[in-house]
Design a protein around this ligand. Sequence first.
Ligand SMILES: Nc1ncnc2c1ncn2[C@@H]1O[C@H](COP(=O)(O)OP(=O)(O)OP(=O)(O)O)[C@@H](O)[C@H]1O
Ligand SMILES: [Mg+2]
Length: 364
Amino acid sequence: MEPVVRLNRVSKRFRELEAVRELTLEVEEGEFLTLLGPSGCGKTTTLRLISGFEVPDEGEVVIEGQVVDALPPFRRNVNTVFQSYALFPHLTVFDNVAYSLSIRRRPRGEIRSRVSDMLERVGLADKARNMPSELSGGQMQRVALARALINEPRLLLLDEPLGALDAKLRRAMQLELKHMQANLGISFIYVTHDQEEALVMSDRVAVMDSGRLQQLGTPAEIFERPANPFVAEFLGTANFLEGEIEAAGAGRCRIGIADGITIEAEETPSLVTGDQVLATVRPQKIRLSLDDPGAPGAANTFPATLKEVIFEGVLVRLLLESAGGIGLEAQGLPDALPFAYQELVPGQRMSVHLPPEAVLVYPR
Ligand SMILES: Nc1ncnc2c1ncn2[C@@H]1O[C@H](COP(=O)(O)OP(=O)(O)OP(=O)(O)O)[C@@H](O)[C@H]1O
Ligand SMILES: [Mg+2]
């Protein structure tokens, strides 16, 4: 089936700045695709290229099989919900949602039934007669969404639509949006810099940095198998150990780190003995115990000094340092740790174990 959107090596420069570089991406019918990346990586520019508010310097934008580079925004079957949702302040909720149908001179009866139905879907049937100033942030966001969805676009672009909401409402709206998207069968391209939000909502995530696509995959793929250290760090990997491959073969490799520490990991086929590498491991995967092994042992185990215990309620974070000053962070659920975290004392020695299957290795 024809993808709803295809970006074919699209680049966009603002003077010397390459905001988007050779971006190639397809969005399938009914898919929820998220553009994820830090501030300034080119997310909004990508949406603007798709909606027609920017024209690519190179490459082409194809919507439903048609190259749209010469089409103005209003000729594309695309709607956008911006972060500042800009409702019409002098119109009621009903009239805000009805606006685009009114200017297209749809019959009154049709407008009434379509707007009522849409307000029902976003849970605002009882607010139809209210003014925007009488709504909460989350309700305003839902009006903005209803206003975009009333046109029944094949594709909806959403630029950090939940950015202004508090954490609790944001979580509720994440699920609501995801369910609404699935029910309507509309393709969403969603922009966020919040990795958790991207994981919760998306069918696939496109991770961007400096205008370039770093990885495209399902939430599980980008989280479990980050393509490079940038993606790993952006998705919460805090531990990066510099080392050199000492041996590789039979599915395994051995990496020498400073301080006499050696780490075994699954073999990365492109890496060979002598290569300089970064070994990464997520804080949740590190295993700790209270017995001091004295010196680095076999099997990915070595001593470290506890520097700080950070209690976050659901999580406990432990900051550690090896003899040679390599910093590490471990995390665990308070009840699942093999010791009582309340009894830990900064300065005490602990044993760190990095499970081989949890270590991912990248060239550096
Ligand atoms: N009209 C413009 N003129 C000049 N530079 C621009 C213009 N629009 C964007 N840029 C620059 O292009 C880069 C990408 O901007 P963009 O708005 O796409 O980032 P973003 O990923 O949406 O960031 P944020 O998360 O902060 O919204 C930034 O460095 C930005 O300053
Ligand atoms: Mg932006």
